[in-house]
Design a protein. Structure first.
Length: 248
């Protein structure tokens, strides 16, 4: 599989993997990698780094929006192979270690199999490592409030609901919000396109996911870079409002 790389702004690239996105933030040849796709996306992940003029050895850190397999896939590999630090919200750190797994269950998927797109999505997820055991041995908490001292200067923003420790990343100088799965623009199992929450079966706590849209509304920006779906250009505040209307 060849990843689809889209330049969002200077030093910011959105990469469409197999049904899941990751983001590359560059500063020279140094990189911050936000999420890593499915385990089965590894070759595409490494190729995407090469395509933007970098390499896995130059990844300064992996930032995890949340520890579902389709976002955590190669984080442990980069950590164990290259010594890359992996950061997550403190509530997500034990999830990334796989002290527990808060991910849609096979039973819940089967109960929703009648919905359009669910069966092909689930088959793809299985083929891509959606049920693989991919823990990160030593994930770290974000070191403090405000921008991280990493390429792109991303600011972690806690947006729980999809998982307890789900985080978005704000790039205020670029007017960009990397939203993970807290606010997306599409999904193979979704019936609409544009700003939305994921289907409810994927959220650990739908009420908190809806409440976190208030957090997104407060972020300045006119470009939304989601965990699923294409880049959404337009007010992030308005995108959160539209997602709320669709999600209740």
């Amino acid at each position: 599989m060849q990843a689809d790389i889209r330049r969002v702004a200077d030093g910011i690239h959105l990469v469409h993997g197999s049904n899941t996105n990751w983001v590359i933030l560059t500063d020279g040849d140094a990189v911050t990698l936000v999420d890593t796709g499915y385990p089965g996306d590894r070759e595409a992940l490494l190729a995407s780094l090469s395509a933007v003029g970098s390499a896995p050895e130059a990844v300064t850190a992996v930032l995890v929006t949340h520890a579902h397999n389709d976002h955590l896939g190669s984080a442990g590999y980069l950590s164990s192979t290259y010594g890359t630090p992996v950061y997550a919200h403190r509530a997500e750190v034990p999830h990334a270690r796989r002290d527990f797994l808060h991910q849609v269950s096979v039973g819940r998927v089967l109960r929703n199999a009648w919905r359009p797109g669910v069966v092909p999505w689930s088959l793809h997820a299985l083929r891509s490592g959606g049920t693989a055991h991919v823990p990160v041995a030593g994930p770290r908490e974000f070191p403090g409030e405000g921008p991280l001292d990493l390429p792109g200067r991303p600011v972690p923003v806690h947006t729980p609901g999809h998982t307890d420790g789900h985080c978005a990343f704000h790039l205020p100088q670029a007017g960009v919000v990397i939203s993970g799965d807290g606010l997306v623009s599409g999904h193979p199992t979704a019936r609409v396109r544009g700003p939305q929450l994921l289907p409810v079966m994927f959220d650990r706590d739908r009420g908190r996911a809806l409440a976190s849209l208030d957090v997104f509304e407060a972020l300045s920006g006119d470009v939304l870079v989601p965990g699923h779906g294409p880049v959404h250009r337009g007010s992030v505040r308005e995108a959160a409002r539209v997602a709320r209307e669709r999600g209740v």
